[in-house]
Design a protein around this ligand. Structure first.
Ligand code: IDP
Ligand code: MG
Length: 147
């Protein structure tokens, strides 16, 4: 008999305001589904200052922090919970490197993103970087799904 994990992994994905504005939400979701992961919650929202302060607390004090918060407040974004074994590292791999110029072709940021000469990199997506981050971020964007 094959043993399987009892609880599938979840990751919090954001299609950032640049991706939403450019009509790339469907393309991002398509890549997640084509990879084999399931969408379990999806919401188009305008982020509150409280949500962004909590979500990006680790970056407070860095030079790109305020530009990042302003960018993430610049319009609607799509918040998504995805599900499936190893979806946290797998989505980071689909997303590619933070800097869209360095992100490999074939990745979301490498294929769809570019440097616009701004103080913050507009790189289309966010994905949780660890199970602890995923649990924390899911509680920020989807309190009803908090684990
Ligand atoms: P990640 O999104 O790849 O996890 P983080 O280091 O968590 O990258 O940074 C959060 C976001 O802040 C990035 O996605 C990007 O939008 C922006 N950012 C990170 N580092 C820089 C930088 O050095 N210059 C400009 N913007 C940055
Ligand atoms: Mg990060």
């Amino acid at each position: 008999m094959t043993e399987t994990n009892q609880t599938p992994q979840h990751s919090l994905v954001l299609v950032k305001p640049d991706g939403y504005r450019r009509g790339l939400t469907g393309e991002v979701l398509r890549r997640i589904e084509a990879k084999g992961y399931r969408l379990v919650a999806l919401s188009i929202v305008e982020a509150t200052q409280e949500q962004l302060a909590a979500h990006y607390a680790e970056h407070e004090g860095k030079p790109f922090y305020q530009p990042l918060v302003d960018f993430m407040s610049s319009g609607p974004l799509a918040a998504v919970i995805i599900e499936g074994d190893a979806c946290i590292p797998a989505f980071r791999s689909l997303a590619g490197a933070t800097d869209p110029t360095a992100a490999a072709p074939g990745t979301i940021r490498g294929d769809l993103g570019r440097d616009w000469g701004l103080k913050v990199q507009q790189n289309i997506v966010h994905g949780s970087d660890s199970p602890e981050s995923a649990a924390r971020e899911i509680s920020i964007w989807f309190p009803e799904h908090a684990e």
